[in-house]
Design a protein around this ligand. Structure first.
Ligand code: COA
Length: 149
């Protein structure tokens, strides 16, 4: 994995590599099909999956970015475990922020799962601040709700 590194929207051919990266980063869950999530996001017209590529095309980082007409959001922020600590996380987040700024979005929100609190320090280095909020959710298709965990 050598540079120069470049960031841009994922191509369809890169789908398996992106899903493998998210799995290696521990971000996938049984109730979220990442390929379905990607297809749904990209069909929306207000979201995309961005990748950061090495000179040989290997994907070192990826994230999903989008906005809901109010705020920007990122999901699935991941760096190849073999390439961490080299600034690729900061770079893929910079690409996501640029994607949002280009669309006039002025605020970016994100969620950190319980059990992954250590990543809060990564986001703080990038200028994020934790805020006291209560996160709530409702499955609009109850058939897709996972069993209690
Ligand atoms: C979190 C993650 C994306 C960071 O990627 P990375 O490429 O290692 O991060 P970078 O090298 O760009 O680091 C950027 C800054 O954050 C800091 N940082 C990164 N991970 C950190 C951690 N776990 N704790 C404290 N600081 C951290 C770095 O020291 C660096 O600081 P600096 O640039 O001010 O010196 C990567 O560890 C990862 O993929 N984790 C697993 C998936 C995950 O948890 N994603 C987030 C879901 S909410």
């Amino acid at each position: 994995m050598t540079g120069p590194f470049t960031a841009g929207p994922m191509t369809e051919a890169e789908l398996p590599a992106v899903v493998a990266l998210w799995q290696a980063a521990g971000l996938t869950r049984p109730w979220n099909d990442p390929a379905e999530d990607i297809a749904f996001c990209r069909a929306s017209g207000h979201g995309d999956v961005l990748v950061r590529r090495a000179a040989d095309g290997a994907i070192v980082a990826a994230c999903m970015v989008g906005h809901d007409g109010h705020r920007g959001v990122v999901y699935y922020v991941a760096v190849d475990p073999a390439a961490r600590g080299a600034g690729h996380g900061r770079a893929i987040m910079a690409a996501a922020e640029a994607w949002l700024r280009a669309r006039g979005v002025w605020k970016l929100n994100l969620l950190v799962r319980a059990g992954n609190e250590a990543v809060q320090h990564f986001y703080e280095r990038l200028g994020f601040e934790a805020q006291p909020r209560i996160y709530m959710e409702k499955w609009l298709d109850p058939a897709r709700k996972p069993p209690p965990r």
